[in-house]
Design a binder for this molecule. Structure first.
Ligand SMILES: *Cc1c(COP(=O)(O)O)cnc(C)c1O
Length: 412
């Protein structure tokens, strides 16, 4: 067969059939789901895996000699290998299952409490989600280390000149998101990782907003820590991962104590289990981990190149159409961004916009998007945000634009 990849049409209608929720109605109108940056929808293939787990082999893992336990353990560890391969980690035990990005970041921040002191500096970017700010503030309270902020420009990009200057302080750790959930900015993480390493700093990348759109290669990036959540990439809520270089996982102390994470327990002394179990205390979200693996398989079956190309098309289409609305202001960079449009319409409150378009079956997000410092930077209380996934269509964007025009007319 001829290779037709260059002129293949992205078959969104077929893809939409995988997502049962997309055929429901909301307020009597077909659902138009444009809040993908908050959580993505779940394809039937992943729902089936969840149902199969609870219908056929629900058992605790790593403990029982019985067959069900063995089956559940095999599937869970297979999912870990799927995630390892997807992110191209060198070892499966460098993938730690967590409950999500927030948990992953807290795990690392907690570990660094024993490695920092009052003379140390750590760097955060101005573009972060609260999840990638607050755990580090708590760490600084504990250790008396200093937190410095890499500022952003009015375009919504990071100010790389100031980053270079801040690196002269020889920080111990830098943490930045791969892609901003509030603006869609794609940060220059390759350059940031290299520069951090040049001054001996470790670096953590929050990939929660990147993984639905691109496939990161942690070895090629040479990143120390990379974290993400399953529910932003077609998986269930309550599961995510921490990738860390093996050397870091040996250096960091365990986060929580309990079952599963120990080698031997006496009242005099407990020794910890090997990797990855040292960081996985208690019964994990077994079904969630298996479903996370299935979600990654699902996305790879569509292909990240095809996903990125189609979403870029949606972004350009939506940006052009939305810019025709009177008083429209879109925040963040014009290029080098993912399919997130954060906006306000002059004279209209974002919350009211969100409420009115909901009546039309359209789900958009309004507010601060867990990133108050970004809103403060633009001196606004919040934005409305439409975020597109590979299962959205141009027709849905047309309906959104009509809805926004109608809402603006009513509200002005
Ligand atoms: C969603 C998100 C988080 C938080 O993820 P949880 O799944 O709520 O833990 C952190 N950072 C970014 C950039 C996000 O988009």
């Amino acid at each position: 067969m001829k290779n037709q990849s260059s002129n293949t049409v992205f078959d969104v209608d077929t893809i939409r059939k995988d997502f049962p929720i997309l055929s429901r109605t909301v307020n009597g109108k077909p659902l138009i789901y444009l809040d993908n940056a908050a959580t993505s929808q779940t394809p039937q293939q992943v729902v089936d895996v969840i149902v199969d787990y609870y219908s056929n082999y629900n058992a605790n893992i790593h403990r029982g000699v019985h067959s069900l336990s063995q089956e559940a353990t095999d599937k869970y560890e297979n999912a870990r290998r799927t995630i390892q391969q997807h992110f191209n980690a060198a070892h499966a035990h460098e993938i730690i299952f967590t409950s999500g990005t927030t948990h992953s970041i807290n795990l690392v921040a907690n570990g660094f409490a024993s490695l920092l002191n009052a003379n140390d500096t750590i760097l955060v970017s101005a573009l972060e989600h609260h999840s990638n700010i607050v755990p580090w503030q708590m760490l600084c309270e504990k250790t008396k280390a200093t937190l410095k902020v890499i500022p952003m420009t009015s375009e919504g990009d990071l100010d790389m000149k100031v980053y270079d200057e801040l690196l002269l302080l020889k920080p111990k750790l830098v943490f930045v998101n791969h892609i901003s959930n509030a603006l869609g900015t794609i940060n220059p993480i390759e350059e940031m990782i290299q520069k951090a390493h040049h001054v001996g700093a470790a670096i953590l990348i929050d990939g929660a907003q990147a993984c639905p759109h691109i496939k990161p290669d942690v070895q090629k990036l040479d990143v120390d820590f990379y974290v993400t959540s399953g529910h932003k990439m077609c998986g269930p809520t309550g599961v995510g991962m921490l990738y860390a270089k093996e050397s870091w996982l040996h250096k960091l102390p365990p986060y929580q104590g309990g079952g599963e994470m120990i080698a031997e327990v006496t009242f005099e002394k407990t020794t910890y289990a090997g990797l990855p179990h040292k960081f996985e205390a208690g019964t994990p979200n077994i079904c969630g981990g298996i479903a996370f693996g299935a979600a990654i398989d699902y996305m790879n079956s569509i292909g990240f190149e095809a996903i990125a190309a189609y979403e870029h098309e949606l972004l350009e289409y939506a940006t052009e159409k939305m810019n025709t609305i009177e008083g429209m202001r879109i925040y963040g960079p014009k290029t080098n961004k993912t399919s997130v449009i954060s906006f306000n319409i002059e004279g209209v409150h974002a919350y009211d916009l969100g409420t009115i378009v909901d009546k039309l079956g359209i789900a958009i997000r309004t507010g601060q998007h867990c990133a108050q410092p970004i809103m403060d930077f633009f001196k606004i209380s919040g934005t409305a945000r439409a975020s597109f996934s590979f299962y959205n269509t141009k027709k849905e964007i047309d309906t959104l634009v009509e809805g926004l025009e109608k809402a603006a007319m009513m509200l002005r």
